[in-house]
Ligand binder design. Structure first.
Ligand SMILES: Nc1nc2c(c(=O)[nH]1)N[C@H]1C(S)=C(S)[C@@H](COP(=O)(O)OP(=O)(O)OC[C@H]3O[C@@H](n4cnc5c(=O)[nH]c(N)nc54)[C@H](O)[C@@H]3O)O[C@H]1N2
Ligand SMILES: Nc1nc2c(c(=O)[nH]1)N[C@H]1C(S)=C(S)[C@@H](COP(=O)(O)OP(=O)(O)OC[C@H]3O[C@@H](n4cnc5c(=O)[nH]c(N)nc54)[C@H](O)[C@@H]3O)O[C@H]1N2
Ligand code: SF4
Ligand SMILES: [Mo]
Length: 907
């Protein structure tokens, strides 16, 4: 029987609703939930391919004990595994005290999962050592909101995007990182051509394409820009003095500071024209509704809290807050970073936005939980937590739903810390993340589509997530694992209250307890229940008992949750990046996201078509910086600093100013032979939020003299076959100084390997590669060799179709070959071209352009359907193009309009 379940996309903080269709327990369909307020049926590429991540190949299915780190695993029962973990944790706590253990969890857990982790550490064990990957993500936004507005609450809603007259996007690239929000920005621009969009980003990003004004400011110089804009607002009489007077404090002190931030001075500090600063300030201040959207470009900085304060100041000074289309809207990164903040899932927070430093708050939470007290001593935050593991101050760590051996900065130090730890538990959905190599005990968790509970998105909207699928093997829900462990640990510690503290039989009873903890707080959700969320759909907080709707907008009355009810200006000054560039390290390295990959790629990295945009990490550089180093697009470069090094292919990006380089954060040891961007990233932290400066590191870049390239493309019969081959192929990553492996393709999945070495590869090495990819046979083999140039190529065809190609010494054909194989176009007459030394495809091949990137539909396919007389609705039905994010619908409409009526249609 076919059933549809309501859930959410488990990727970004937009929090799109999805409908999962199943038949007899297997997933048969997926679509955007037309009734979900976040997306109204739309999905981006990642959301639209979630069904393709439901593949058990790399899933952890049973608890597993590792005899040595990275060594072979031994299957355990859940009883054995949790007893062992409880014994190890109890022994450590008995010997070294509660602060010798720690939990490092994630903004991708559901609220219920998060709640019990927090209670386990702070309520049962008595340590505040529970921190999360939100420390790498939202903690500066939390601290920025609290310093200025008094509480951690994004005051806006997505609806404000459509009502704004000026949108200021700063330190965010929503076209890539929050695609459905970007669709709203496009809609707003289409509906109101007078809408002014300003983008402040050191790079000319995909989001900057829509901007009326792009400010390519120097990395880390945002405070100077914001203070400079405030300077202009004051000088030009654009400050809303009545609002400042009635609803804020601290303005005079900041006004005094910004006297020194003339547009000319700011132009110098930020490296942008003075006119542009004035223009941005005028637009922002004179508009009826100014909305700002910001994310990691502000947060991931050693002065991230003040970056956040700086943008919020502009709203307070002009009264652009608490009204339609206006406000400082911090975009949340992870799907439930908001939920984590709500339950106090950081080492300095407590349930329901309470502060650990506040004795009353501690007493309230202790009362709610029925424990004598919660510990006062602040816990360790992410970077410090791993440093304490290294020094032995913390001895045992429980990691859940995050991959620190890739995502934390300064990987050499992080990996040393993990090796030094006495005991590492990893609670994961997948067994093949980089952190898994450092675990002593692996616990299988249920994942997307399987889990149930609640999540909160960027606009404070809570959605009930239903479980549609059975988790594979013995995987269990995260909250269940925690509750079971907590009871066993309580037992071993001789605590009689563990059963009482963790009585939950289902996620709903955890939600109900969390709900009670919010009573009377700014995020009061006492009016919500699972039943209400199910019958009436997602709801925004606050939603107190007796309410009939949540709040779309906060602070409409100008009252703020501070002692005097006034918002605060903070006296902030420009600070440079934590690490200055020097003649030895002259390039500022930025890192961030690509549209189709998610963080460490444990899920998106199993879907071939999500590699079609880029299947190899690329370091983007300015053409002058490249020329200066003798680099051309496609060359390999070595990026180094005192923390580490990385070999990476370079590409030209004129949108990047000189002296800057950019690299995606996604690739780690599962796909390349280094830990990736975080081998180099800087671990300096913000003093208030303790968020590390992941966005900026000073590096040197030199040409890597690896003149001998190798490549393999191998067609697979199914996704599972491709994933199995990909796993085996990972063993070859260590064999070449430069190497990467990944997937590619549409209906036909491919595995693609690239390597490079300084001199020609030995015959034995090449043969080993052939064998690894199943290309060592003679049958159907086509060979090409040029021994003088050490070029050797081999293709294997079966039944007139290319099965795989290995190129050594010269790999120019790789780009088109991969494309042709993915489309299954290379018939026997063309196969010989596969071995030709040419970067160009054979002339008889049809070149195609992808029109719908979400459904991966090309112009050729659309023309084929148009020939049959299809119109837009029919195209949407047959090819699914234009049915996801909708951004290609205008292009498809144009193609329909331009297509001559076919004979079939005319008849
Ligand atoms: N496709 C995809 N989407 C994602 C994710 C993903 O992994 N993949 N992850 C999600 C998560 S957890 C997060 S936190 C968000 C992140 O979302 P974003 O923050 O929007 O994305 P990033 O690419 O990390 O960085 C945003 C921009 O900050 C700019 N930037 C760097 N330094 C500075 C600076 O000093 N000042 C200014 N003004 N800008 C600067 C970068 O050039 C970059 O374009 O994305 C979420 N969405
Ligand atoms: N250089 C650089 N580094 C960065 C950033 C950057 O911009 N530049 N951005 C930072 C930011 S903003 C973030 S948010 C972090 C993200 O960094 P991570 O948290 O390390 O990223 P993920 O790969 O999403 O890790 C989540 C893990 O949880 C697993 N998982 C998924 N669902 C479940 C589940 O339901 N239960 C359990 N137990 N496990 C599950 C996934 O398989 C995955 O391995 O990276 C940070 N690191
Ligand atoms: S915008 Fe894309 S990744 Fe983000 S929640 Fe929506 S579908 Fe998922
Ligand atoms: Mo994030």
């Amino acid at each position: 029987m076919r059933t549809e379940f309501k859930s959410t996309c488990c990727y970004c903080g937009v929090g799109c609703g999805v409908l999962i269709e199943t038949e007899d327990g297997t997933i048969t369909g997926l679509r955007g939930d037309p009734e979900h307020p976040a997306n109204r049926g739309r999905l981006c590429t990642k959301g639209a391919t979630l069904n393709q991540t439901v593949n058990p190949t790399y899933r952890l299915q049973f608890p597993e004990k590792r005899m040595s780190r990275g060594g072979a695993g031994q299957r355990l029962s859940w009883d054995q595994a949790l007893d062992e973990a409880a014994e190890r944790f109890a022994a450590t706590i008995r010997l070294h005290g509660p602060d010798s253990v720690a939990f490092y969890i994630s903004g991708q857990l559901l609220t219920e999962d998060y709640y019990v982790f927090n209670k386990l550490a702070k309520g049962l064990i008595g340590t505040n050592n529970v921190d999360t990957n939100s420390r790498l993500c939202m903690s500066s936004a939390v601290a920025g909101y609290k310093q200025t507005l008094g509480a951690d609450a994004p005051p806006c809603s997505y609806a404000d995007i459509l009502e704004a007259k000026v949108i200021f996007i700063t330190g965010a690239n929503p076209a890539i990182a929050h695609p459905i929000i970007f669709r709203y920005i496009e809609d707003a621009k289409a509906a109101n051509p007078d809408l002014k969009i300003i983008v402040a980003d050191p790079r000319r990003t995909e989001s900057a394409e829509i901007a009326d004004l792009h400010l390519p400011l120097k990395p880390g110089s945002d405070i100077a820009l914001f203070n400079g804009m405030l300077h202009v607002l004051i000088n030009e009489g654009l400050v809303d003095e009545a609002y400042v007077e009635a609803h804020t404090s601290g303005f005079a002190a900041l006004a005094d500071i910004v006297k020194n931030y003339s547009p000319e001075k700011v132009a110098e500090v930020c490296g942008i024209p003075a006119d542009a600063v004035v223009q941005a300030a005028r637009w922002f201040g004179a508009s009826k509704a100014s909305l700002s959207l910001y994310c990691q470009g502000l947060n991931q900085s050693a002065h991230g809290t003040h970056n956040n304060a700086g943008i919020i100041h502009l709203h307070l000074a002009t009264g652009q807050i608490g009204k339609p289309g206006a406000g400082p809207f911090s975009l949340t990164g992870q799907p439930n970073a908001m939920g984590g903040r709500e339950v106090g899932g950081l080492s300095n927070l407590l349930s329901a936005h309470r502060d650990l430093a506040n004795p009353e708050h501690r007493a309230e939470v202790a009362r709610l939980w029925g424990v004598p007290d919660v510990p006062a001593k602040p816990g360790k935050s992410a970077v410090n937590l791993f440093q304490a593991l290294k020094t032995g101050e913390i001895k045992a760590v429980w990691i859940a739903c995050t991959n620190p051996a890739q995502s934390l900065p300064n990987q050499a130090a992080v990996r040393e810390a993990l090796l030094a730890a006495e005991y590492v538990v990893l609670q994961e959905t997948y067994g093949n993340t980089d952190t898994a190599d450092y675990a002593d005990l692996l616990l299988p968790a249920s994942g997307w589509g399987e889990k149930h509970g609640t999540v909160t998105n960027s606009e404070r909207c809570i959605t009930r997530v239903q479980s549609a699928l059975q988790a594979p093997g013995e995987a269990r829900h995260d909250w269940e694992i925690v509750v079971d462990f907590a009871r066993r640990l309580g037992d071993k510690l001789g605590r009689t209250d563990a059963e009482r503290l963790f009585p939950y039989a289902d996620a709903e009873s955890i939600f109900n307890e969390h709900r009670e903890s919010t009573r009377g707080r700014d995020l009061d959700i006492t009016g919500l229940s699972y039943a209400l969320l199910e019958s009436q759909g997602p709801q925004q907080w606050p939603y107190p008992e007796g309410a009939s709707a949540g709040k779309v907008r906060l602070y409409e009355d100008g009252r703020f949750p501070t002692a005097d009810g006034k918002a605060r200006f903070v006296a902030i000054e420009h600070k440079p990046t934590a690490e200055a560039t020097t003649p030895e390290l002259p390039i500022s390295l930025l890192s961030g996201r690509m549209r189709d990959q998610w963080h460490g790629m444990s899920r998106t990295g199993t879907v071939p078509r999500l590699f079609n945009l880029e299947d190899e990490p690329l370091l983007a550089m300015h053409p002058c910086d490249m020329r200066h180093r003798g680099l051309e697009s496609g060359d390999l470069a070595k990026v180094t600093n005192g923390r580490g090094e990385m070999l990476v292919r370079v590409g030209e990006r004129p949108g990047l100013a000189k002296g800057r380089a950019w690299m995606p954060m996604h690739w780690g040891n599962q796909f390349i032979n280094t830990p990736g961007a975080n081998a180099l990233a800087c671990d300096a932290i913000d003093p208030y939020s303790q968020q590390p400066e992941l966005k900026h590191a000073a590096v040197q870049i030199v040409k890597a003299e690896l003149s001998y390239p190798l490549a393999v493309v191998r067609r697979c019969a199914s996704q599972s076959e491709a994933l199995a081959l990909l796993q085996r192929a990972r063993s070859a990553l260590a064999d070449f100084p430069y190497a990467n492996v990944g997937l590619y393709g549409r209906t036909t999945p491919l595995v693609v390997f690239r390597g490079a070495s300084a001199g020609p590869a030995a015959d034995a090495e090449i043969f080993a590669l052939d064998r690894l990819f199943g290309l060592d046979g003679e049958e159907g083999a086509i060979l090409y060799a040029d021994p003088t140039r050490r070029i050797s190529k081999k293709a294997i065809a079966q039944q007139g179709r290319l099965l795989g190609v290995r190129l050594a010494g010269e790999t120019q054909a790789l780009a088109w070959l991969r494309q042709a194989m993915a489309e299954d176009e290379l018939d026997v007459s063309l196969i010989r071209f596969a071995l030709a030394p040419s970067a160009k495809p054979p002339v008889t091949m049809v070149a195609r352009n992808i029109v719908c990137k979400c459904a991966d539909v090309s112009d050729v396919q659309i023309h084929q359907e148009l020939e049959k007389g299809a119109d837009l609705p029919q195209l949407q039905k047959s090819l699914k193009c234009g049915t996801f994010c909708g951004s290609c619908v205008p292009d498809i409409k144009r193609m329909v309009a331009e297509h001559p009526p076919s004979i079939a249609a005319a008849a």
